[in-house]
Structure formats: C-alpha cells, structure tokens
Design a binder for this molecule. Sequence first.
Ligand code: C2E
Ligand code: MG
Ligand code: MG
Ligand code: MG
Length: 292
Amino acid sequence: DAKSDGIGKLRFYHPSLKDTMQERIAFESALKEALANREFFLCYQPQVSATSGNTVCLEALIRWQHPLYGLVMPDKFIQLAETMGIIASIGAWVIDASCEQLSNWRAMGFTDVRVAINLSAQQLLVSDLEETVTSALQRHRLCGGDIELEITESVLMRDPERAIERLGALQKLGIRLSIDDFGTGYSSLGYLRILPVNAFKLDRSFVWDMDTGGKGLEICATAIGLAKKLGLEIVAEGVETKEQLTQLRHLGCDLLQGYLFAKPLSVEATSLFLTSSHRPWQSAIHADAGFD
Ligand code: C2E
Ligand code: MG
Ligand code: MG
Ligand code: MG
C-alpha cells in the first residue's frame, strides 16, 4: 500500500533514482511539518526494579503518525531529522511533552516514577540543552531528579571532552544520566571511569545472547560487574523471557526493561500498567527472593 511504499523506498534500493529523490524530498518535507502538525506522540516503556518488580522509570519513545505514511518508528526518522538539522526542536518537544505527562501522572498519585528521555548527538553537543530542560522542569513543576537522560556511547565518543562538560552541567541540576546501548559503542575504559553518568543500559543484543550458549552470559556478568565497581546502576534492555530475568537478577542487575514486562505503551495503557496488580513476571522475581 501507499503507506509502506513511501517509507520502504527510502530505506531500500529502488531502480528509479528520480522516484527515490522525489519520495525522499516528500518524506523530508513531511518530517519538517510534523511538529507544527502535531503528528508526534510518545509511548512509554516501563523499567522495573529487579528486586521488587515495581515500576521505577518510564522511557519516552517517540512515534510519528502521518496521514499518508502511517505510523513511522524512530529508527526511520530520527537519523534523518538529525541530518536535516531539525532534531533539536523535535527533541525539545519530547522533553516538554514527557515532563508534562510525568506531571500528570504525579497528579494521579504515581509519585515514585520518573521518566527517561533519549537524546541525540546534536541535542547534547550543539543545542542549548540545559535551558530547554530547565524551563520544561519549571513549567511542569518538576525537579532534576524526576528525569533521566539517555545518551548512546557513540554520541559521547564523538566529542568526549565536550560531552563530559555538558553532562557535568546536567548532573548538577540533579538529572540522572545513563549510557544507552551500553557495550555497542567502543567507549574507552578510561572515559567510562570519568564520564559523569549514573547508569549503564546494557544493550539488548547482550541480553538476547545470554541463553544461547556462547559467551553472552559472561559478557553480561562483566558489564554488570563493571557498573557495580564504578558505583553505577545497571539497566538491562530487551528482556523478553523469564530465564533472562532470573539470570539478570542473579547477576545483580538493578532494573529491567523489555517485552516481558511491557512493550512501549500509549499514555492510557501506561496509566493502566501503573495501577494494575496483574504482574505475571512477579512470581519469577519472588521465586528466588531467598537468594538475595
Ligand atoms: P532505545 O533508546 O535503545 O530504545 C529501546 C528500543 O528497543 C525501543 O525501540 C523499544 O521499543 C525496543 N525494545 C524495548 N524492549 C524490547 C524487547 O524486549 N524486544 C524488542 N525486540 N525490542 C524492545 P523504538 O521505540 O523503536 O526506538 C528505537 C530507538 O529510537 C531508541 O532506542 C532510541 O535510540 C531512538 N529514539 C526513540 N525515541 C527517541 C527520542 O525521543 N529522541 C531520540 N533522539 N531518539 C529516540
Ligand atoms: Mg533509550
Ligand atoms: Mg537502548
Ligand atoms: Mg537500542
């Protein structure tokens, strides 16, 4: 259909260069309009405590709903927005919208949960991020500790000196910082030691390798051990099975995120998740509670 064609041709080889160019231009101009047309929305994916099973954090994940292209996932447009130079304004919207939503959840009585926001390179290195974050926090009556910013290793390694300086300023505001997709970005151990961050998010590829034989389990154990030795929290992403949950718990992982608990949810579904006592994974958390 027209929707998937429009997106598909962007990503894959297409014989007609002219068509591809035209479609690319159309897609880019649609992306340029998306903010003004209010076509972006956020889903939220819970991060649960590996010891209590309680939801500690909600990661905001952007979606683009376009009349022609349909639902467009971030992997299809974030990179493009970055090269088009419009990521900072999209990112500022994400910061404001997720703070507004958190303040709504706080008003509903969910006082113990924070939100995590993904940052792109330009947001950290180029834009006036502190100003954007500070004004969003003020506008929605939140404090720095209510939010967490996720930055990938590759972004940090692009300009480590500047990243360290920017992260330090954000941390002074009380904001929690985490390294996303940890283990995939070739950070040097020297930088990991001095980066002002609070947590590592173990990339899901390692989590998925844990029970396939091989060295996946050892890699997870080593990454978790490194985080602990550095005094950092560690979050596992992409947890899909109870076996992974049990292993990660025994390795001392602090927080868990993945389809086992919930997929990225709409605002309404997130509110339901926060109130629901239906937690099929809870038995796996309590089954071996005696080992703690
Ligand atoms: P990420 O920050 O590493 O987010 C985790 C991605 O893994 C999400 O994909 C999530 O839906 C997916 N995921 C989580 N648990 C599981 C699981 O158990 N199994 C599987 N198969 N997948 C899982 P999503 O929402 O498509 O986002 C992709 C990436 O786009 C994110 O990766 C993040 O880097 C980027 N992104 C999303 N929202 C934003 C945003 O607001 N700003 C920026 N700059 N980047 C964003
Ligand atoms: Mg993330
Ligand atoms: Mg990640
Ligand atoms: Mg990822």
